[in-house]
Ligand binder design. Structure first.
Ligand SMILES: [Ca+2]
Length: 823
């Protein structure tokens, strides 16, 4: 067929039709699953039982009544044609018609029966029913299965279950094909990891003038993961004298731990009179010392072979009393030490209802949950089941039990899913389908005992990597713990380990290295960012957890912050340096003589925080300076005024600052002091504003200078008291977090032009710099930097014969206090 667009349309239509056929028309495999028509008998048979239709239904009008059962296996069955290796979802509803005698409850299960072409027969459970009594009415019995990957002669599903004396109803039976995962499932999982496990981190960054941008970088280092990864540990290795290598690995690799056996009732109390708390208590203490969180495993384990043997001869009342003693003892002993408790291990998957059956109390586990919570309200209580993501037979009954506990308001906090996966490549679709079902409950799902079997170490690494990636991507999963990750010489499962050996022989294998890489490197955030401007808002996406963020200048940390990044992300205020960026702007030179002035403004975008002046011949013949306003340019100015008798120019030096936040300054009008010696005038700042720079001006040189009085939030100008008063002006500023202190130097020497310096404490910037001397005779002040530091420099303007009469430099040192309110 020649290629043209018309043909393409035909091809596309065919593809769509085939697709719809596969996934819509062919999806229901069960015939007459609702028993609504007489013809159902052509598809259903009751092997070892009799079946009739009754008008007590789950859906529609009719359901199937199953009675006269000759054995536990006896129940209705239907032969099907399944596709090799395809995945199917099973749904059905059952209702008991009579209770099982001598049992607190019972259940109906759905099984499959396969006869292979070579004649081999197999029976497998595909769905555990919930525990039932007649009082429960209709209940879902569901499950899922993957069809055999070989030709079969016969394939049927059938209902079986309780004692033959129990009759039951069946209705709404359905088996549907579930489409396979897309080939790109792993890419999709990695996208979901980005969505579900990472959050936005915003670094609001200001790099102060103290640091050159080229030499500055920001290091974002995740220290711990919010998502819990953990593993089972062995008490004898945690406590063993020669097992430091094992402990070091546990310490480095796992944040959460579960002790394999030492907390189990049967292990702690092998004989009735030999209750031993020593091993679990020491192990728990050691794990806490290592900084580990601990899942308590388990309060009771109702699978018969794991029940303390000495309980088995006791009366119902005695067993109940012993359970009560166990709960009180173990929960009280470890109160405050454990984060989780598995309460009744494997109650569904392991048929672990021994305690219910042997106390005659169907609600015994419910009471246990209440009692544990009453003793230790902080510990989170879990069920812990197998065959959830490994085969799917437990999941529907699990969801049912969780919903029951939720509806009763019982303190059930999470769903433990063991995850001892079957050998061979992991079935991601099976994991997905079962997790999706559990997710409908809204409770956190913890994978509590993951191990994956593969003899080939590369396969093992691949399988762990695939499964961990999928689990980590699933939004319902809130923790992942491994089980047999270490081969201690007699592991419970072979070929699942990531490390092996005891004592000095402990060694991580290739698969272990890969998993360590995945958890500790791939799923951790570590970035180095080079800021390209002084002010920047840098965004990155990081895994949730605790971070250390450093600003490095020439490799030295000049700022370090600890930040927790949760679901909401974090905004981090990174202000390296004072948060103020200030420069000095020098005017041209004034004329020489009385009343000669010169002014300087700040550059656009800068705000004037200080103003000083100097006589360029370093003499006292000058009248000082003031903040002013140039009404023609509409700019704030710093103005220097020359004096009568001057022999040189004066210069005005404005201090001009930028801020990462809004800075507002005002300049109260000049105020004059009295005319006496050392008379002061105070120029108060408006409420909420801080003096960042002060000036002093007098006619005929008669002033001592100015300084900010931080306690009064004012500028002070002081008169020298010879020829009139002194005028003070000030810059009064506000900005969120603005903090200023006044720093005053020692006195300068007594020679003309002697200098004295003062600098700010680290993290502060000079916003104002002036000279002050209670003996008058100043030549001015300015800010200058060398050797990477900035100094306020004051000049002596008069030769002095008396010692200790030199001038002082007065610096206003400000910073933006680094608040983390936004985090
Ligand atoms: Ca029906």
């Amino acid at each position: 067929m020649p290629f043209n667009t018309e043909n393409m349309t035909v091809v596309r239509t065919l593809v769509v039709l085939v697709f719809m056929h596969a996934y819509i028309f062919a999806e229901e495999l069960i015939q007459h699953g609702g028993f609504e028509e007489e013809g159902y008998t052509a598809f259903w048979e009751c092997r070892g039982c009799s079946m009739t239709r009754v008008q007590d239904s789950h859906g529609g009008t009719y359901a199937l009544k199953v009675e006269n059962r000759v054995a536990e296996y006896a129940g209705p069955r239907q032969a099907l044609s399944v596709t090799k290796n395809a995945f199917y979802e099973v749904e059905s509803y059952v209702k008991l018609l009579n209770d099982e005698e001598g049992s607190v409850h019972t259940r109906v299960e759905v099984w499959r029966n396969i006869i292979f072409t070579d004649g081999t027969k197999r029976w497998h459970k595909i769905g555990n029913g919930p525990y039932l009594t007649t009082a429960d009415g209709w209940k879902k019995v569901g499950g899922s299965f993957r069809a055999p990957d070989q030709d079969v002669e016969y394939f049927a599903i059938y209902f079986r279950g309780p004692d033959p004396a129990v009759s039951f109803l069946v209705d709404s039976v359905s088996i549907k094909l579930i489409p396979e995962m897309s080939d790109t499932w792993k890419d999709e999982a990695e996208e979901k990891i980005q969505q579900n496990r990472m959050a936005d981190i915003i670094l609001d960054t200001f790099i102060g003038d103290e640091y050159h941008l080229n030499d500055t970088e920001i290091q974002v280092q995740q220290e711990s993961s919010e998502f819990p990864f953990g593993a089972m540990v062995k008490a004898d290795l945690i406590l063993g004298e020669n097992e430091q290598k094992y402990r070091d690995f546990v310490s480095e690799m796992w944040d959460w731990t579960t002790i394999s056996n030492a907390m189990k009732w049967r292990m702690m109390q092998w004989h009735k009179d030999s209750l031993d708390y020593e091993t679990p208590t020491q192990t728990v203490a050691e794990l806490l010392k290592m900084g580990k969180k601990i899942r308590g495993h388990n309060v009771v384990w109702g699978v018969e072979k794991n029940v303390p043997y000495w309980l088995k001869d006791m009366s119902a009342e005695e067993v109940k009393a012993e359970v009560d003693t166990r709960v009180k003892g173990v929960v009280s002993a470890f109160k405050g030490s454990l984060s989780h408790w598995d309460v009744n291990n494997e109650i569904i998957a392991g048929h672990g209802d021994w305690f219910e059956q042997n106390t005659g109390d169907r609600f015994l586990t419910e009471t246990m949950f209440q009692n544990i919570s009453a003793i230790d309200p902080d510990v989170k209580l879990f069920f812990n089941e197998f065959n959830v993501i490994s085969s799917g037979t437990t999941t529907d009954a699990y969801v049912d039990m969780v919903e029951l506990y939720k509806s009763k308001g019982l303190p059930l906090h999470g769903i433990g899913v063991q995850g001892h996966l079957k050998p061979g490549p992991p079935d991601i679709l099976k994991i997905k389908e079962n997790l999706d079902k559990l997710a409908t409950t809204g409770l956190p799902v913890w994978i509590t005992e993951l191990d994956i079997e593969a003899a080939d170490i590369n396969d093992r690494g691949d399988y762990y990597e695939d499964v961990l990636t999928y689990l980590f991507s699933h939004p319902a999963v809130e923790g992942i713990m491994l089980w047999v990750w270490h081969d201690n010489g007699r592991p419970w499962r072979e070929d699942t380990n990531l490390a092996a050996g005891l004592g000095d022989d402990f060694q991580v294998n290739e698969a272990g290295n890969r998993i360590q890489q995945l958890i500790k490197k791939t799923w951790r955030t570590k970035e180095v960012i080079k800021p390209t401007s002084q002010f920047s808002s840098l965004a990155l996406r990081g895994f949730m957890g605790d971070y250390t963020i450093k600003v490095l200048h020439n490799g030295v940390a000049v700022l370090e912050k600890k930040v927790s990044v949760g679901k909401e992300g974090a905004t981090v205020n990174l202000q390296a340096g004072s948060g103020l960026s200030c420069v000095s702007r020098w005017s041209a030179k004034s004329g020489i003589g009385n009343g000669e002035t010169i002014t300087v403004p700040c550059a656009d975008g800068e705000i004037m925080t200080g103003c000083s002046s100097r006589a360029i011949d370093k003499s006292e013949y000058r009248d000082g300076e003031r903040f002013g306003w140039n009404s023609s340019t509409k700019k704030r100015i710093c103005k220097a005024i020359n004096s009568a008798g001057s022999t040189a120019s004066v210069q005005a030096i404005a201090r001009c600052c930028k801020l990462p936040v809004d800075l507002q300054c005002s300049y109260p009008p000049a105020q004059a002091s009295g005319t006496g010696e050392n008379e002061q005038i105070s120029i108060p700042c408006p409420t909420g504003k801080i003096p960042t720079g002060c000036t002093c001006l007098a006619y005929n040189m008669a002033f001592d200078g100015s300084f900010p009085d931080m306690s009064a939030s004012s500028c002070v100008a002081q008169n020298d008291g010879i020829r009139g008063g002194s005028y003070g002006t000030g810059a009064c500023c506000q900005a969120s977090g603005l903090e200023c202190v006044t720093k005053i130097s020692e006195r300068s020497g007594g020679n003309l032009g002697d200098k004295i310096f003062i600098s700010c404490e680290a993290g502060y910037t000079i916003t104002g710099c002036n000279v002050y001397n209670d003996f008058g005779g100043t030549a001015g002040a300015y800010t200058a930097s060398w050797g990477g530091s900035e100094y306020c420099i004051a000049l002596n303007g008069r030769r002095r014969t008396m010692s200790n009469q030199g001038v002082k430099a007065v610096a206003t040192c400000c910073r933006i206090a680094n608040t983390d309110a936004k985090n």
